[in-house]
Ligand binder design. Sequence first.
Ligand code: NI
Ligand code: MN
Length: 222
Amino acid sequence: MKIQFLGHSAFYVEGEGVKALIDPFLDQDIQQEFKVEELNYIFLTHGHGDHLGSTVTLAKASGATVVANHEICLYLSSFGVNCHPMHIGGRTTFPFGKVKMTPALHGSGIETDEGVINGGNPGGFVIEIAGKKLYHAGDTGLTYDMKLLQIEEIDVALLPIGGNFTMDVEDALRAVDFIKPKVAIPMHYNTFPVIEASPTTFTQGIEKALGKVLAPGESFSF
Ligand code: NI
Ligand code: MN
C-alpha cells in the first residue's frame, strides 16, 4: 500500500484495485500522485468542510464511490454522487479489501447555504488492502475505545495532533500507546493558527512505534 499526504487530513491511498482519497480537502500547490479520472473510492470521515473538501466535484469527475456514514450519503446522493453508506463499528468487504468504520469523538455537521445539515456521527476508517491495515482516525479526541484498535494490528495510524478540535500531541501519544500501530503519522496540524503543533515533538515522544512526519506531498509505502 502507498499513501501520499495531501495536507491537513487528506491522503491518497493506492493499492491493488484501489486508488482512493481520504478527506479530500486539497491544497492545489501539492504535486498530486493521482489522476482524478482514475480514482475509484473517496473515504469521508465526517461532514466538516475541512474534510468534505472537494468530495462532490471529485466524485462526479471520477465516478468514484464515496464511503461515508449514512447521513452524509443521504446528503451526497442529492448531488448524484455514488455513495456506499456505512456506520460506526461496521466492517464490509470491497473488491480491494475490507473497511471498518471506527468511532470518533467529534461533530459532523455539514455547512450549507441553507444552514447546517445533520452529518450523523463522525468516524474513522480501518482500511485493509492485501493484508496491510491503515487507520485514519478522522477528527477525534482521545478515546478509550482506541484500545480496541490494538486487536486490529494496525500497520500505519494517521492521527490528528493539532489540539483545539482534536487530540493534541500529548493525547495523540496516548492514542499511539492505546492503538499500538507499527507506524504513526501525524495529521490535522498547522493548517490554521488554532491547530499549531510540533509534529517532531509527537514523533520523538513515541516509544514503541515508528513515528514518521510526512511533509505535504510526501509518500510512504508499507
Ligand atoms: Ni472536524
Ligand atoms: Mn477537521
